[in-house]
Design a protein around this ligand. Structure first.
Ligand SMILES: Cc1cc2nc3c(=O)[nH]c(=O)nc-3n(C[C@H](O)[C@H](O)[C@H](O)COP(=O)(O)OP(=O)(O)OC[C@H]3O[C@@H](n4cnc5c(N)ncnc54)[C@H](O)[C@@H]3O)c2cc1C
Length: 380
């Protein structure tokens, strides 16, 4: 059934995205997780389907759609069954390329956005540092002004696509006296992979197919035409995309929860214990009832925030609530699904084992639950 704000057109897109993912990506999920890497060609395949540019204008090779088309993709990426692959794709379309689209010069859009939509260049967003995560204003990667550009020194960490990215949209300190940037001393530079840019892969609990990396910048020359947005106004750029990033994460959780509940119901119908299907036991039936109610509640808050967002409101409160209410809920729901699968649920062969690990990042990434509460606390 079509749920507003989606229309027939979005549902058709959903069907085609599902077919593509089921055919081309999902069958490889386990192998990619085991290898801790999904192939770069995935970006080319997605581009071939127009899925890297759903919300971007046709003049850059995009589909000329909007955030609702992108929302469909965010939900359906869960079908890959590999949080890491979904994260790598999500980082490219939801956090690395949007600042180039919104703040880039025409020349930057031709040089980075168009090839990113075509799957020819892979992007990453580099904000977090070893000494500054939630407290973004404390970053210390510094860009010194030199003839024709900047020289960048510093370190970023936990960067999704950090090993494979061809360009890293990087937050740097440009203002002040060399200390941390503060709200008015941060700028963004688009840094090409090249001399002085050194990535080291990090190993993690979940999202294993994605290449999360620390990136060291040592005397990296960045030409002045790679300044993204206004000098010392980088905080605006960070704020501008936070709402979409958080909505995208909420939508990802909604898609994952919906699928998990459906699969768990099917499992509970098939598996028998004490002479009847698991779903024949009231305790399990009640759990399934709770799980569907929780998934539906997550969908309702997320769709409400999404509706407001696409209507042009500034739904900071609703988006923050959606992020807060969906991420831990998703993790807890996956854990309950695993429980219903019993010992099988703990095994590699079952999707539940990976789903629990993958869902654990949600309450940390893209603004942690504590930071969401801080924002809400101030708003109320
Ligand atoms: C797998 C993965 C992928 C990531 N991808 C990217 C990426 O592509 N690009 C990027 O820039 N970053 C990325 N990140 C970084 C992510 O956004 C940060 O990890 C997150 O913002 C939290 O920052 P931190 O890890 O430094 O924790 P900290 O900020 O040090 O926080 C530690 C703990 O303290 C809590 N805390 C912090 N401040 C407060 C406060 N004021 N009140 C109460 N509690 C507080 C936090 O909620 C957290 O629980 C990624 C992280 C991971 C794990």
């Amino acid at each position: 059934m079509i749920q507003p704000p989606f229309t027939d057109e979005h549902e058709q897109l959903r069907e085609s995205v599902r077919g593509f993912i089921d055919r081309e990506l999902a069958p490889h999920a386990q192998a990619w997780e085991d290898e801790e890497w999904f192939p770069n060609e995935v970006f080319g395949k997605l581009a071939g389907q127009g899925l890297l540019g759903l919300k971007y204008p046709e003049e850059y090779g995009g589909q000329g759609g909007g955030y609702l088309h992108e929302a469909v993709l965010c939900e359906e990426l869960a079908r890959i069954g590999s949080g890491g692959t979904a994260a790598g794709i999500g980082a490219h379309v939801n956090i690395a390329t949007p600042p180039v689209w919104r703040f880039g010069t025409e020349e930057q859009k031709q040089r980075y956005l168009a090839p990113a939509i075509a799957g020819e260049k892979i992007g990453a967003l580099g904000i977090t540092e070893p000494g500054a995560g939630s407290d973004v204003a404390s970053i210390s990667t510094r860009a010194e002004r030199v003839d024709g550009g900047w020289v960048v020194n510093g370190e970023k960490t936990y960067i999704t696509n950090g090993v494979r990215a061809d360009f890293i949209v990087t937050a740097v300190v440009t203002g002040g006296d060399g200390r941390a940037g503060g709200h008015h001393g941060i700028s963004f530079l688009i840094v090409d992979r090249g001399e002085g840019v050194e990535s080291s892969a990090l190993h993690k609990l979940g999202w294993q197919a994605s290449d999360t990396a620390s990136i060291a910048y040592q005397d990296v020359f960045v030409p002045e035409q790679n300044l993204l947005g206004e000098m010392n106004e980088g905080f605006k750029l960070i704020m501008a995309n936070f709402q979409w990033e958080r909505l995208a994460m909420s939508l990802g959780a909604v898609g994952a929860m919906r699928m998990a509940v459906q699969r768990t119901i099917e499992f509970a119908r098939e598996r028998t214990a004490f002479g009847r299907p698991l779903s024949g036991h009231q305790a399990i039936r009640h759990k399934l009832a709770d799980l569907s109610a929780r998934a539906y509640a997550a969908q309702c808050v997320t769709y409400d925030a999404l509706r407001r967002f696409v209507a042009g409101e500034d739904p900071l409160r609703e988006v923050t609530m959606a992020k807060l209410l969906t991420q831990r809920a998703c993790y807890e729901l996956m854990d309950e699904c695993l429980q219903i699968h019993g010992g099988a649920g703990y095994m590699r062969e079952y999707w539940t084992e990976r789903a629990v690990r993958d869902a654990r990042l949600g309450p940390i990434g893209g603004g942690s639950d504590e930071i969401m509460r801080e924002i809400l606390g101030r708003l109320i």
